[in-house]
Design a protein around this ligand. Structure first.
Ligand code: HEC
Ligand SMILES: [Cu+2]
Length: 394
């Protein structure tokens, strides 16, 4: 690296460049030391340590280009300051007066072109590799919602698994009532789990506004656009937990939809898949059975806090006029069917989304029962999963 960067200094014919080599000779070790120590203290001042081939390429390209910029910076400013100081008027300098110097003109055209080509070549190679989502081992769809991620395992081991992933940072930390944890706003209730060394294709889309699925350590950042499917991929080469964010300004809680990916061994991945499929089977049983009022309210509170409280607030008072209060709402206290219909299908053109696609019948029945029996709402009535299932048909 040091030698190739050194070659980029422009040697001007007839000019003593001794000082320039002296400057770069002292600057390069400093630049190099900075890169190395930044690797030791990762992600404080530098990019996160890469864990995929693509992220590694991005990382070294970033370092290379910074060094090229530094060398050019030092070269240009060095010549400039040297000229200003050594050819100043008080020293009696007389300006040379000439027009057109073919050699210089060719040099200052050809050299930048070569530098640009030298940078464009590796960059283009990497960008093309980033777009090659062919023959994945596992395909996962990531759907952005205001404000959480939904994951569907579409192909490969784990096919059929789907879940929502909500930020799990405790509210006390967010409200400043407790000390912030190490992974403040970078932790979720249901992380994405993938096996190490396998090619994972991620399809991104959104249900409401544009979001973006970003995991820096994988070198992956892909917009999730309503009505479109975009894709990207990664092959994580190291087990571990990797974190990211939604990287597209998507409304009030944009900073509250983190991404957490657990890269695990093939055996642990299979065990996780079995566990998840068992949960899906259990959810089918929950959807099919009759529930008591107490257990619905209890489960409903959890569902509400994870899915509704961001807008309607934990105390049910909402944030009017944007988000209406559910506490005392005539709709919540009125006819069950109308409320089931609204929560299932959402309200087109407002932030109230269709929860039918996200939550199970049992979760919906629970959250609806909860809102009808929380705060000052006291219907005393339970909504059963079967009633939600019937509402889906309408
Ligand atoms: C992203 C914000 C947001 C989230 C999350 C959200 N809602 Fe809403 N909700 C709204 C908005 C906005 C309205 C008002 C829609 C309109 O203009 O009629 C609304 C309206 C409602 C109403 C009708 C209230 C009335 O008095 O008209 C109910 C009931 C309701 N939401 C239930 C829920 C439930 C249950 C959940 C969680 C499963 C939930 N909402 C999650 C934004 C949200
Ligand atoms: Cu977002």
């Amino acid at each position: 690296m040091a030698t190739s960067a050194h070659l980029l200094i422009v040697y001007l014919p007839g000019v003593d460049m001794g000082f320039a080599s002296r400057i770069t000779a002292s600057a390069l070790p400093i630049a190099y030391a900075a890169c190395v120590s930044a690797q030791d203290a990762p992600s404080r001042y530098n990019l996160q340590p890469p864990v995929t081939g693509i992220a590694t390429e991005i990382y070294s390209m970033h370092t290379l280009m910074l060094i090229i910029c530094l060398v050019i910076f030092v070269g240009v400013f060095g010549v400039m300051f040297w000229s200003v100081i050594h050819h100043r008027k008080s020293r009696g300098a007389v300006a040379a007066n000439f027009h057109e110097n073919t050699a210089v003109e060719i040099a200052w055209t050809v050299v930048p072109i070569l530098i640009l080509l030298g940078m464009a070549w590796p960059a283009t190679k990497t960008v093309i590799a980033m777009k090659d989502t062919s023959s994945p081992d596992i395909t996962i769809k990531a759907t952005g919602y205001q404000w959480k991620w939904g994951y569907d395992y579409l192909q490969g081991e784990g096919e059929g698994i789907r879940f929502l992933s909500n930020a799990s940072t405790p509210r006390e930390q967010i409200e400043g009532k407790a000390e912030k944890g190490a992974h403040y706003l970078l932790e979720v209730d249901n992380p994405v789990v993938v096996p190490v060394g396998k090619k994972v294709r991620v399809l991104t889309t959104a249900a409401d506004v544009i979001h973006s699925w970003w995991v820096p350590a994988f070198g992956v950042k892909q917009d999730a656009i309503p009505g479109f499917i975009r894709d990207t991929w990664f092959r994580a080469e190291q087990e571990g937990i990797y974190r990211g964010n939604c990287a597209e300004l998507c409304g009030k809680d944009h900073g509250f939809m983190p991404i957490e990916v657990h890269v695990v061994s093939a055996e642990r991945y299979s065990a996780w898949v079995q566990g998840r499929l068992a949960l899906t089977a259990a959810a089918k049983v929950d959807d099919a059975r009759e529930w008591g009022l107490g257990e619905l309210v209890e489960r409903g509170r959890v569902v509400f806090e994870a899915n509704c409280a961001a807008c309607h607030q934990a105390d049910g008072k909402g944030l009017p006029p944007a988000f209406p209060a559910l506490d005392g709402s005539p709709l919540v206290q009125g006819d069950k069917a109308a409320q089931i219909d609204l929560v299932l299908k959402g309200k087109q053109g407002t932030a109230m989304m269709a929860f039918g696609a996200q939550l199970s019948d049992a979760d919906l029945a629970a959250v609806i029962t909860y809102t009808r029996n929380a705060w000052s709402n006291v219907s005393g009535e339970a909504v059963q999963p079967a009633e939600v299932a019937a509402g889906r048909g309408n």
